[in-house]
Design a protein around this ligand. Structure first.
Ligand SMILES: Cc1cc2nc3c(=O)[nH]c(=O)nc-3n(C[C@H](O)[C@H](O)[C@H](O)COP(=O)(O)O)c2cc1C
Length: 307
């Protein structure tokens, strides 16, 4: 059975995964936190926590709230910063079989370009995932990913700063995600991942206050799966580059739905909080499904529900 997928066919280095199961940024730490729980080398790729130029402590507590079939988070990009990542984490990843992709976030286009430049050529790093769901400080605080122009600008800046494969991760908090996807693909993205969290809030009625310290947060988990699936369907129909599906994937069946609407790979996120082995369970479930269906090549399933 061949489960391998090429996520950056036009990039000189390429990004070949032995299977389509990735971890979602911010839900799997730096990978090291899970390596004693299961053999993480079996996964297709690991995407690490969002990384910024300087280390960040994140937002005030509380930063997490459980909702019906979902999780609301406002972590605020707590991370060790790119220099510590290169010094402390990359040397560990360099000895791994599984490719590690670094998720990056910035407040200006220049931040993104500088991050991409720092990561270029570092052993142990196989790709960059650009999180364009961060507030664009220079243009009034809206997210970069909300409009096609700013999303394309960040993508071009990152592409010019690195030869690594570049995945651009889209936000669902926009009116026309397919337009943003087309702009990002035209600006040179090697692949597109989606979706990030949907904006939401919870009120603590006893305190008569928003529950989260940050007031608003990002909704993830099974609650967002149908929304994510439809957005992946739309984007996969609009661009030629590989699409990576994410949003509420908890079981192999969820993952297969995303693959059938056109995703070449998938990311498991919030599910890892309730079941740390979720990415491996999803992978094994996909293998069983292919066997049962007599499908030898995963690529035969990609987009099967579109035809
Ligand atoms: C606690 C938490 C932290 C996250 N941190 C990041 C991050 O740093 N960068 C990013 O691009 N996405 C981040 N995400 C979004 C996830 O990677 C994913 O896109 C989203 O949660 C939807 O997938 P899921 O429903 O499977 O969790 C975070 C999500 C959660 C729940």
């Amino acid at each position: 059975m061949n489960l391998s997928v090429q996520l950056a066919p036009k990039n000189q280095r390429g990004l070949l995964l032995t299977n389509p199961v990735m971890t979602a940024s911010g839900t799997f730490g730096y990978g090291t936190e899970y390596s004693h729980i299961f053999d993480i080398q079996k996964l297709g790729a690991i995407v690490c926590k969002g990384t910024t130029l300087e280390s960040r402590e994140g937002n005030p507590q509380p930063r997490l709230a459980e909702t019906a079939s979902g999780l609301l988070n406002a972590i605020g990009l707590q991370n060790i910063g790119v220099k510590a990542l290169i010094k402390e984490k990359a040397p560990i990843w360099a000895n791994w079989r599984v490719p590690v992709i670094v998720n990056i976030a910035g407040e200006t286009t220049d931040d993104y370009a500088r991050l991409a430049g720092e990561l270029d050529g570092v052993a142990g790093i196989s790709g960059i995932e650009v999180n364009i769901s961060c507030p664009n400080i220079k243009v009034g605080g809206a997210e970069f990913g909300v409009n096609p122009e700013s999303a394309a600008e960040v993508t071009s800046a990152v592409k010019s700063a690195t030869s690594l494969p570049v995945l651009v991760k889209l936000t669902p908090n926009t009116s026309d995600i397919a337009r943003v996807a087309i702009a990002v693909a035209e600006a040179g993205a090697d692949a597109i991942s989606l979706i990030n969290t949907l904006k939401g809030m919870v009120v603590d009625v006893a305190r008569r206050r928003p529950l989260l310290g940050n007031i608003a947060g990002g909704l993830s988990g099974p609650a967002i799966k149908p929304v994510a699936l439809h957005m992946v369907y739309e984007v996969a129909g609009a661009v030629e580059v590989p699409v990576i599906g994410c949003g509420g994937i908890t079981t192999a069946s969820d993952a297969i739905e995303f693959i059938m609407v056109g995703a070449s790979a998938i990311q498991v996120g919030t599910a890892s909080f309730t079941n740390p082995r979720a990415p491996l369970d999803v992978l094994q479930g996909i293998e069983q499904f292919l066997k049962k269906e007599g499908v030898n090549n995963l690529t035969d399933l990609i987009g099967a529900a579109r035809r």
